[in-house]
Design a protein around this ligand. Structure first.
Ligand code: PMP
Length: 309
């Protein structure tokens, strides 16, 4: 993906109730959002559907509901509801007239000039940037078991998508890159596998998909739920949700990450050891296919997971 302000020149952002050019969508340095990371957000995918010749947004209501939950837990004085954000989000996409895949991000944050305990005033912005298919979906990634522990739910609410939580992700991700890996997988305070910096972990052992439970300090991922359902209903494979030990990472036949941004991304290597024989395995390959056909609107949307823009 190309980055940098110049690629954003023509973007329209939903900001303070209006649709404005990206360069006008700025937040004050005195805001608790800037000073303390007082914000919550969602990452959502919009896919340009070649088959339908319009954009579709994947599981929009589930994402906006999780955003409501995040605001509640963070005790924001006003909660932006899913019903209230749906139309601005879709209108922002229409105004941008995208003909490619995009990554959409609504952020609700504490504005004003308060201190770290301030709960308002609260505002929302919704952005979208063009996002082509990640090369890693085809190539797979090399992963480090991080020496940084995944946040504990005793320290921060791990199933809330709080901006501040992502400093935990950053530590693991930056360490992995500094050590020559693509990204990391973190262990939780009990020493079991938790998740990646922005994605959930699955492995295949003896033909069975296995993923950490939702009480493993993970984000309750919408893609994780999607993958469990697709494995069951499209591929006849029941996922086991249980604790995963570190040494199992070196025993599994296949492994992959999943998430809104990571989609389904194969893991080739963990701590320098090949996953299986180091090639992308058949279950991961088939799942990737099923997933992309679903999210890009190639199939009929029996589950009602796609919102037309
Ligand atoms: N874990 C973390 C820490 C994440 O940031 C994300 C991305 N939102 C995920 C998992 C995957 O969640 P989802 O499938 O809902 O995008």
């Amino acid at each position: 993906m190309s980055k940098g302000p110049r690629d954003y020149d023509d973007l329209i952002v939903y900001f303070q109730g209006e649709y404005v050019p990206w360069k006008n969508a700025t937040v004050h340095v005195f805001s608790p959002a800037v000073k303390y990371g007082a914000g919550v957000f969602e990452g959502i995918r919009g896919y340009w559907s070649e088959a339908r010749q319009h954009m579709v947004v994947f599981r929009l209501q589930e994402h906006l509901k999780r955003l409501e939950y995040s605001q509640k837990v963070m005790r924001f004085e006003k909660i932006f509801r899913a019903e209230e954000l749906t139309e601005p989000l879709l209108e922002m996409l229409r105004r941008n007239d995208f003909k490619q895949h995009v990554h959409i991000r609504p952020t609700v944050y504490v504005d004003g000039d308060g201190e770290s305990g301030s709960q308002g005033p609260v505002d929302v912005n919704i952005t979208a940037v063009r996002r082509s298919k990640k090369a890693e979906v085809e190539t797979g990634v090399n992963v480090q078991v991080s020496s940084w522990q995944r946040l504990s739910d005793l320290a921060m609410p791990t199933r809330v998508k709080a901006n501040a939580n992502y400093n935990n992700s950053r530590m693991a991700d930056m360490q992995a890159k500094a050590d020559g890996y693509d990204t990391a997988v973190m262990l939780n305070s009990k020493g079991h596998v938790s998740e990646g910096p922005g994605m959930c972990f699955f492995m295949i052992r003896d033909g069975v998909p296995v993923t950490p439970t939702i009480t493993s300090n993970i984000l309750e991922s919408i893609t994780r739920a999607t993958v469990i359902e697709l494995l069951r209903e499209e591929m006849g494979l029941e996922t086991v949700e249980r604790d995963i030990d570190r040494s199992e990472l070196y025993a599994c036949e296949e492994a992959f990450f999943c998430g809104t941004a990571w989609e389904v991304t194969p893991i080739r290597n963990i701590d320098g050891l090949p996953v299986g024989d180091g090639a992308i395995g058949p279950i991961t390959t088939e799942l990737t296919d099923v997933y992309f056909n679903l999210v890009t609107g190639n199939n009929n949307d029996a589950r009602g997971w796609l919102t037309a823009v």
